[in-house]
Design a protein around this ligand. Structure first.
Ligand code: SF4
Length: 369
């Protein structure tokens, strides 16, 4: 069954009823299981599991070391363009915001690449807003052709593409695709995606699968925490990742759970997700999806990122900026950021922190042939 069909088997009220029916005995049994079913994930995400976070943390830590060792992969984002024709209520780059717009020239892309690669990073995530006019696939391809001289792994986070367009960029040199559904509840999705191509829920939902059919090596799905009930949203995202893992056995599937951060604009309709909630989310994800990569963004504070490392995180960004050309353009040229970052440590500082905690920082674990 396609993932759309799986999603349709659930509704918010059923999930709420299942969350409320969880018993303490059930939580302990599930934590000790080797392989979890979807209903087990609901238990781990339930309010009743909150007193068992320490027990969940022990299991999550054991699984993380078992599947990944004590290694953390590092990467940094490179914003190519912030032109966007969508109106995502929660984003500083939405079309109607008066933020300055910028698209990197190819020589500016090269300058950013030289700066980032000098830090030792060999994995990069390139991002654009949604504007096929200002940042068409041909432009992304030109950027990839420059970047592949500097980086062994290039992932994209752009608007949803067709399978053939993903294949075109794979041929150019990308090996990863990050595409967040943002929110899986269709009604909330329609409410916060007011205009533009991103309104098409199903086209976005199927994007990771199209990239995997095109042959991408890694695919990363995610939810933007704060738009809807986080227990439901994380459940759907984990189901999505599990579906992709089972369907594409040779691919690496990762998940991300960024929380909404302040940005240019006036979106205030945010449902709070506490640090404790985020901890429960990471633990539940690791126990339900032991093979999945879990990213933790620089939206979170340095202290929280450091504290969550042992609980399931496999990948973190370093030296991040969410402004176009933010690595090398000077202050006057620098543009508005998509959202505020909290952890401003550079690559050397993140490496030092990892080594102090007896983790191995991995700057390269993939070679393009
Ligand atoms: S989230 Fe992406 S698509 Fe939506 S407004 Fe921001 S840049 Fe555009």
């Amino acid at each position: 069954m396609e993932f759309r069909g799986i999603l349709k088997q659930y509704n918010a009220q059923d999930l709420k009823n299942k969350f409320n029916a969880v018993s303490a005995e059930k939580i302990k049994t599930i934590i000790s299981k080797d392989k979890l079913e979807s209903d087990d994930l609901l238990v781990l995400l339930s309010p009743q599991a909150e007193p068992y976070l320490e027990l969940m943390a022990q299991k999550a830590n054991q699984l993380t070391v078992q599947y990944f060792g004590k290694v953390i992969q590092l990467y940094t984002p490179l914003y190519l363009s912030n032109y966007c024709i969508n109106s995502c209520a929660y984003c500083g780059f939405k079309a109607e915001n008066s933020s300055q717009r910028k698209k990197l020239s190819l020589s500016e892309v090269k300058k950013e690449a030289e700066f980032i690669s000098a830090t030792g990073l060999k994995h990069i995530l390139i991002l654009t807003g949604d504007s096929r006019q200002m940042s068409p696939v041909s432009y992304i391809q030109q950027c990839v052709e420059i970047l592949k001289d500097y980086f062994s792994s290039i992932a994209i986070e752009t608007y949803a593409l067709s399978q053939e367009e993903y294949a075109q960029l794979i041929r150019a040199g990308i090996d990863g695709v990050t595409i967040y559904q943002e929110v899986y509840d269709r009604a909330v999705y329609a409410k916060v995606h007011l205009n533009g191509p991103k309104k098409d829920y199903d086209f976005r939902l199927d994007a990771a699968q199209r990239a995997l059919f095109a042959g991408i090596r890694t695919a990363n799905v995610g939810v933007l925490l704060g738009l809807n009930n986080w227990r439901e949203e994380v459940f759907f995202m984990a189901m999505h990742a599990g579906y992709l893992q089972e369907k594409f056995l040779s691919a690496e599937i990762g998940v991300s759970v960024p929380r909404i951060k302040p940005h240019l604009g006036d979106f205030a309709d945010i449902i709070p997700v506490s640090d404790k909630n985020l901890t429960q989310i990471i633990l539940a994800l690791r126990i339900f999806l032991p093979r999945a990569g879990i990213n933790l963004s620089t939206r979170e504070t340095a202290k929280l990122r450091d504290d969550l490392l042992a609980l399931g995180i496999t990948r973190i960004s370093a030296g991040s900026t969410t402004a176009v050309g933010g690595h090398t353009l000077n202050y006057e040229q620098n543009q508005d950021e998509q959202f505020q970052i909290s952890d401003k440590r550079d690559v050397a500082q993140i490496k030092q922190m990892l080594q102090q905690k007896q983790y191995q920082p991995v700057l390269k674990d993939w070679l393009r042939w």
